[in-house]
Design a protein around this ligand. Structure first.
Ligand code: 16G
Ligand code: MG
Length: 540
């Protein structure tokens, strides 16, 4: 069975594992966002993720796997870890169960047994090469977790490279670059510098000949996005872009995501703390690891207007649809949303733009996969995570297209540069920022013109603590409850009473609670519907 090399690896794992003991009484689960909880509880988890990353790479013939240490928009004391698959995608879902098993192994001995069991059941040769790259965000617990990760990788005899501090999407980019380097379509240079150069060049081409955009102010949530955005702007050059980065105090670790950032602005529907915006100027907020972005502005009356993921998706779909029509290339653009997408956005997309929409359950992996089915798939969650994927066949069609006139040629060139500008691996706040600025500059639109495309239906999200959230089972992309039995009929009866009413209930994937979403024609009605549906959950 196990040869001497394997034996040595197993004894190394057992030895190193004693340095990273699992806290008593703690259970872990690899969920939609990987492992995420207090940084002080993650040492053993990150060590074990190192082992799993090595196995994953070996299973995929030594392709490079990424490990990102971040807790995104969570408070400063939290941290988290997730794996990135070779094409820069989220870890394949079947492996989430192995991650959970590794994290929960009670003893060092049990851990080595799990390790060997996964290797044997998946036919993994433990002597074969394993390659892993990793990075972290700016959290104080990051360096110690990196040390634990390195121990895991060394115990599992993996080769690794430390990319230090990066945004999550930058690491996704680097993973894809490494694994496509020797193919016919290399994604880019596998470095932070390569990322900036690729985006900067694409932005310069996309906006060539257009008026220089107005200055945009970006709240970086006091996270990793701040310094990275400044670096990106430096590469683009002030001839093309003026960005004013605020909330960029990465050394004041306690300020991370505190009353600022994309999640705060979207959920509170208000400005970051202390921001005093000039009317009709464009503002944006990133989250703590810069994979989400929302935009906003205030009007003359200082009223706050949010331009969220749905507005970004609609803007991108409109622009790309029009470019495809101009180019004469036979391609279909489609949009992927979740149940949280505002009803007005879905109506705008299907009735006005006439683009097909797919609705998937919450979670990036679902949206990502569904959008791969379109030639050009635009996906965004309302919370501001999203991107636009160009399929291989769409890229080939664009690259080989013989334009009949300068208009077609221009449109094709712009589409190809967009494909380079937009991160093809995952939602990327920096790349999405440039995309939006580029489109607004093509249209000569300010934020209020963009906002006019459609008017959001008032909506309300309520978090309800229940006895057992796993009792809430849904179908139809989370829009209908099948269990608890009878509840959906009661929700439907309430919804019917409201003009443009819509409501659904689903269990959170990240918190021990269920979420109630309601929208209706007026603010009052949306609030009322949300309260009434929440009331149905009392005692459950
Ligand atoms: C995770 C998901 C995000 C989703 C959120 C919903 C990824 C990388 N992240 O953060 O897409 O919107 O969960 O949270 O998939 P909830 O299940 O608590 O509502
Ligand atoms: Mg994030």
């Amino acid at each position: 069975m196990a040869d001497s090399n394997t034996q040595q690896q197993l004894s190394q794992i057992a030895k190193f594992s004693t340095l990273h003991p699992r806290p008593d009484g703690q259970t872990y689960a690899y969920g939609t966002a990987g492992f995420r909880l207090l940084g002080s509880l993650l040492d053993s988890v990150v060590f074990r993720v190192g082992l799993l990353a090595a196995l994953r790479s070996r299973k995929l013939d030594g392709e490079t796997i990424g490990v990102m240490i971040t807790a995104s928009h969570n408070p400063p004391d939290d941290n988290g870890v997730k794996l990135i698959d070779p094409q820069g995608e989220m870890l394949e879902a079947t492996w989430e169960a192995y991650a959970t098993k590794f994290a929960n192994a009670e003893t060092d001995d049990e851990l080595t047994k799990e390790y060997l069991a996964v290797a044997e059941s998946l036919n993994i040769n433990l002597d074969s090469p394993a390659n892993v790259v990793f990075a972290r965000d700016t959290r104080a617990s990051g360096p110690a977790l990196v040390a634990a990760l390195k121990d895991g990788l060394e115990a599992a005899a993996a080769e690794y490279a430390d990319y230090r501090i990066l945004t999550t999407p930058q690491l996704h980019y680097i993973v894809k670059c490494i694994n496509t380097a020797k193919t016919a379509t290399p994604y880019g240079h596998p470095s932070e510098q390569g990322y900036y150069e690729k985006l900067a060049t694409a932005f310069q081409i996309v906006t060539k000949g257009k008026p220089k955009p107005h200055v945009i102010t970006v709240d970086a949530a006091n996270g990793v996005g701040g310094p990275k955005l400044k670096e990106l702007a430096r590469h683009i050059g002030s001839d093309y872009l003026d960005v004013n980065v605020v909330k960029d105090e990465i050394d004041a670790v306690e300020k991370l995501n505190y009353q600022c950032g994309a999640d705060f602005v979207k959920t509170q529907q208000k400005l970051p703390l202390g921001l005093q915006p000039a009317p009709y100027e464009l503002y944006a907020s990133l989250d703590g690891d810069a994979d989400r972005i929302v935009f906003y502005y205030v009007d003359d009356a200082k009223k706050f207007h949010l331009l969220d993921g749905d507005k970004i998706a609609s803007l991108a779909a409109m622009f790309i649809r029009d470019l495809i029509a101009l180019s004469g290339v036979d391609l279909q653009v489609g949009v992927v949303q979740t149940a949280y997408a505002n009803g007005s956005s879905s109506k705008y997309l299907s009735d006005i733009l006439q683009v097909p929409i797919t609705v998937t359950p919450t979670g990036v992996k679902h949206l990502h996969h569904a959008s791969q089915l379109f030639d050009v798939g635009v996906y965004f969650e309302a919370n501001g995570h999203g991107t636009v994927l160009f399929s291989n066949s769409a890229m080939k069609a664009l690259e080989s297209f013989e334009a009949q006139n300068p208009g077609q040629q221009d449109a094709v060139a712009t589409l190809l540069s967009l494909a380079a500008l937009i991160n093809q691996t995952v939602g990327d706040a920096l790349s999405d920022l440039l995309l939006v600025i580029a489109i607004l500059s093509h249209k000569a639109w300010g934020p209020s013109e963009w906002n006019l495309t459609y008017t959001d239906l008032p909506n309300r999200l309520v978090r309800v603590v229940v006895r057992d959230r796993t009792a809430f089972k849904t179908e139809d992309a989370e829009r209908k409850l099948v269990e608890p039995k009878g509840l959906q009929a009661e929700i439907d009866a309430l919804v019917k009473k409201y003009k443009s009413g819509r409501s659904f209930v689903r269990a959170s994937g990240t918190e021990d609670a269920v979420r109630v979403y309601a929208e209706a024609a007026t603010r009052l009605e949306a609030d009322e519907l949300a309260v009434k549906v929440s009331d149905l959950l009392k005692g459950l």
